[in-house]
Write a protein that binds this ligand. Structure first.
Ligand code: BES
Ligand code: MN
Ligand code: MN
Length: 455
């Protein structure tokens, strides 16, 4: 039985197993789900054992465990380290889901559930691809699995684990499916990820909430003030106005940008998908450039004062915002966090005090396109999809990619199968059954070509 026949015969089970995994609400950001996150780690470990892995264990950390398992068929052969994450984003806002986030349903050829694409669905493709190679006796190299449970909250403990377990994790390449393709007609390979600087700001005005009539016009309103401060952080050309923000930004050559421009990224389709009449961002760059090779600043949430039902006349004492900045090569999260903090404090007007609290960060990463591993991924796509994948930089962040390089000296191959329309981190996240099964088909081909090219 070849891979395609195996997938055809087992696809219902492949789907129902994934749905069982999706039923466990492994939200790493919210401690009320803690027991479920641990349960998910067990599920992943058991699934690797069932697929034929050895040495499966839950590696304890100060937070959620890292699932490790391997299959060493011959120490002289190359070793692939598969990384993925079993934790998911919070499902909020719940009322916008058409079906409950942790009760997966199949509709129009897609599985709807939190984590369906990011990253349970994509991670589980690797477990099933491994099962296929084990059952067929076609695994052509060694494999190690490292599946973590804290990616969505910054992977802090994974960094420590990697630094402390270099021998255990020794391998030749890291393989990750946690990114997107351009479209199902235009497969792509991710060759760059942005970094991240995430922080929270607090603006304090008067020492207590006040009557907005008695004191309106007397003191500075911290919410009005925070809005002005945030609004001032972009100029009329959509550039971030924090001094020095662009100092180290990598400048791509005209040739590289022309090459990028050939990718069939449709701004019209994005507008249609998102129901917006216009796209927006830094002047002088295409939307695809703005979301990949340019840094950005966005408010992720903002609160203060009265937000309950009805109206309450109140001049609030405090205003808060969570702000993320996406970074590109040569910027670092430390540098940008420091520049933000200095600027935010400098622009705070008299009448309020401000505090900037850094959350977590991650460094940008670019992956080589001249490596054997990258070529193996290209060959795998060509064989499974009948098309050469387009190299693409992406806007999201996987901070551990830069860390793998620093700690293990290893580059990653970012072979994701999601779509930008899969609503990851949003209500109604989904993953196409086509993408799930096509991924399971493509992964063994990566191993095959990688083993051949490594000889
Ligand atoms: N899988 C995403 C990253 C991603 C999404 C890369 C789409 C490329 C395309 C990952 O799970 C994620 O959400 N990362 C976070 C960073 C983390 C530190 C919270 C992100 O990008 O916001
Ligand atoms: Mn992810
Ligand atoms: Mn994510």
């Amino acid at each position: 039985m070849n891979t395609l026949q195996y997938i055809e015969e087992n696809k219902d089970r492949f789907l129902s197993e994934l749905m069982d995994l999706l039923r466990i609400p492994s939200v790493s950001a919210d401690s009320k789900y803690s027991a479920d996150v641990f349960r998910t780690a067990e599920f992943v470990k058991d699934s690797l054992v069932a697929a034929g892995a050895d040495n499966a264990e839950l590696c304890e950390t100060a937070g959620y465990p890292i699932v490790y398992a391997d299959k060493i068929i011959d120490p002289s052969l190359p070793t692939v380290l598969v990384y993925g994450h079993y934790d998911v984003q919070p499902p909020d806002p719940l009322d916008l889901w058409h079906s409950p986030p942790f009760e997966p349903v199949i509709k129009d050829g897609k599985i709807y559930a939190r984590g369906a694409c990011d990253d349970k669905g994509q991670m589980y493709m690797h477990v099933k691809a491994f099962e296929i190679m084990m059952k067929q006796g076609t695994l052509p190299c060694n494999v190690k699995f490292m599946i973590e449970g804290e990616e969505e909250v910054g992977s802090n403990n994974l960094g420590i684990f990697v630094a402390a377990n270099k021998a255990k994790l020794k391998s030749d390449v890291i393989l990750i499916s946690d990114t997107s393709i351009l479209s199902n007609d235009n497969p792509s390979l991710t060759v760059g990820l942005r970094g991240l600087a995430y922080l929270e700001v607090e603006v304090t005005g008067p020492n207590r909430d006040l009557h907005s009539g008695t004191f309106g016009g007397v003191v500075r309103n911290p919410i009005n003030t925070l809005c002005q401060m945030i609004a001032s952080m972009h100029d009329e050309n959509g550039k971030v106005s924090i001094p020095g923000f662009y100092d180290n930004v990598e400048i791509l050559s005209t040739e590289e940008r022309t090459e990028m421009g050939r990718a069939p990224y449709s701004e019209a389709e994005v507008m249609e998908d998102l129901h917006v009449a216009a796209l927006h961002g830094e002047k002088g760059y295409s939307a695809l450039e703005r979301k990949s090779i340019r840094p950005t600043l966005d408010v992720n949430g903002m609160w203060g004062g009265y937000i309950g039902e009805g109206a309450k006349t109140v001049l609030p004492s405090k205003a808060f915002a969570k702000i993320s900045m996406r970074l590109v090569p040569n910027q670092t999260s430390e540098e940008i966090t420091a520049k933000f903090k200095a600027h935010f404090e400098a622009i705070a007007p008299a009448g309020v005090t401000v505090e900037v609290r850094p959350h977590h960060g991650g460094e940008p990463a670019v992956t080589p396109t001249d490596s054997i591993a990258y070529q193996a991924a290209v060959n795998a796509f060509e064989e499974a999809w009948g098309k050469k994948p387009i190299p693409m930089r992406e806007g999201g962040s996987i901070p551990i990619v830069a860390l793998f390089e620093k700690e293990l000296g290893l580059k990653s191959v970012l072979m994701g199968f999601g779509l930008d329309t899969d609503a990851i981190h949003s209500p109604n996240e989904h993953y196409g059954i086509f993408n799930y099964l096509k991924g399971i088909e493509t992964i063994p081909l990566f191993y095959k070509h990688y083993a051949v090219l490594s000889k």
